[in-house]
Design a protein around this ligand. Sequence first.
Ligand code: AHR
Length: 558
Amino acid sequence: MTTKPAAELPRILRANNQEPTRIFHCWRRQPFTKSGSLFISLVLIVTSLVVPAMAQRKVELSVDVSKAGAKIDHNIFGQFAEHLGHGIYEGLWVGRDSKIPNTRGIRNDVVAALKAIKVPNVRWPGGCFADEYHWRKGIGPQRVVTLNSNWGGVVEPNSFGTHEFMDFLDQIGAEAYVSVNVGSGTPQESAEWLEYMTTPQASTLGNERATNGHPEPYKVALLGIGNESWDCGGNMTAEYYLAQLKIYSRFVRNFNPAQHDKQEMLKIAVGPGGDGPRWTDWTETIMKGWQNHQWSWDMNGLSLHNYTVVRWPPAFKSTGFGETEYAQILKSTLDIDALINKHSAIMDKYDPQKKIALVVDEWGGWYAPLPGSNPGFLVQQNSMRDAVLAALNLNIFARHAERVRGANIAQMINVLQAMIITDKEKMVLTPTYYIFKMYLPFQDATFVPVTFNAGTYTHDNVTLPGVDAIAAKDKAGKLWLEITNVDPNQSVEVEVSLDGVTAKSASGETLTAPKVDSINTFAAPNVVVPKPITARVQSGKLILNLEPKSVSVVSVEQ
Ligand code: AHR
């Protein structure tokens, strides 16, 4: 397992007693007259006598239906599958001879679950693993058995290689985001891998792919040029990495004719992993390099890695925690907004037209390994807190839709903030999975601005916005609304007005759970599952009652 000495780590988050970042909601303050304030004070005193302590909070939310923002790229719902623990082996690959129902070695239950959330792309084979991956060991009838030196030093059978990955993508209907080995490989090795995957020609590599069972060229939608090259990917300086980037960008070519004009392969450069000077310098160097780039190389995206961890090494429990840890983790996760703002501002300097996407290709909660698990396998549970965390992050990406055009949650199965947890033949869908399912309408939808009085939720010395929300119009023009009630104790009555338009109805799904650390298990898989929610209409406004710690997505009829 990669050790991360504290001094090296970009992601150490700020003290918990900071003020919450309020970036998207507006506070509506009314001017008071003296008599008015006396009246309000009296009302408050009377109200406090008759209303129980946990009164329902009221939120006014207004949707500016006439205004359209950027497209929320479906790629922000991407997944990440690394050769790490049981992320690949057992999680999705069981082999053709397994008793677990499978298609050419790939679990049928996992495929069905992933198909249902329309995974846009899967980043593979790592992570840190990618910079030690040698693709030739994972093709053909005779696989080379190696060691996974990053993640527990376990045996890597290489039985899941290029063909199995592409077959898996085919089965779930996703695109390939392949990360090539910059750290310990060569430009030639990566160039040959791309030729092997993408050429329709009868070159030796093209023929070899056909002999191995796939005459048609594969598509590679996204190409990651290295991974965390500032750390596990080779401890490079930004200048050194920029030189590598130019070489890989020049020589690692996609030969698939279907990707020449349309669906061009997007090249993603290694980007920052934090907000300090080391990271802003990195972004400056790569973006400045790109601004002055010659015809012979290019890039389309800059990656950003951000885990919600509070401090390294990860020590927060993934279940069996209380409200304090709920509030601290969610406060920490909201820091990603400032991080995106910081790096976007640098990108704007060199790329005001926003040609280069910011791709948050590793994000999610990273907690202490589950007791008894191999610490190199990054096994953790996934709770209601993770559902709220996922919603808050996706909303931040959506608000930055102009620049953030890709994101990959870490990781898809059995590792970190997973969609799916398996144990031999058993499989369970996590609360995070259901968030991705509920957010389906937002894939490629057009962002619509909303304003709301978020209020605050405070626990101990941690204060957060009480509510979060986004709105978007899907391709058919239907309006969708997402509202998260962050407060784990108070329900919220949301009054939605549609800027001059009369709302007729709204219905959808809401996800909540008995406790902040509620989880789904093999024995009890339906503890955290979405249930229907409907708004009532009152004077042309929609009234939604949201339970504490809940995430709700509704479609609105106007
Ligand atoms: O997701 C686990 C690891 O976190 C990845 O391999 C690496 O890129 C990051 O440090």
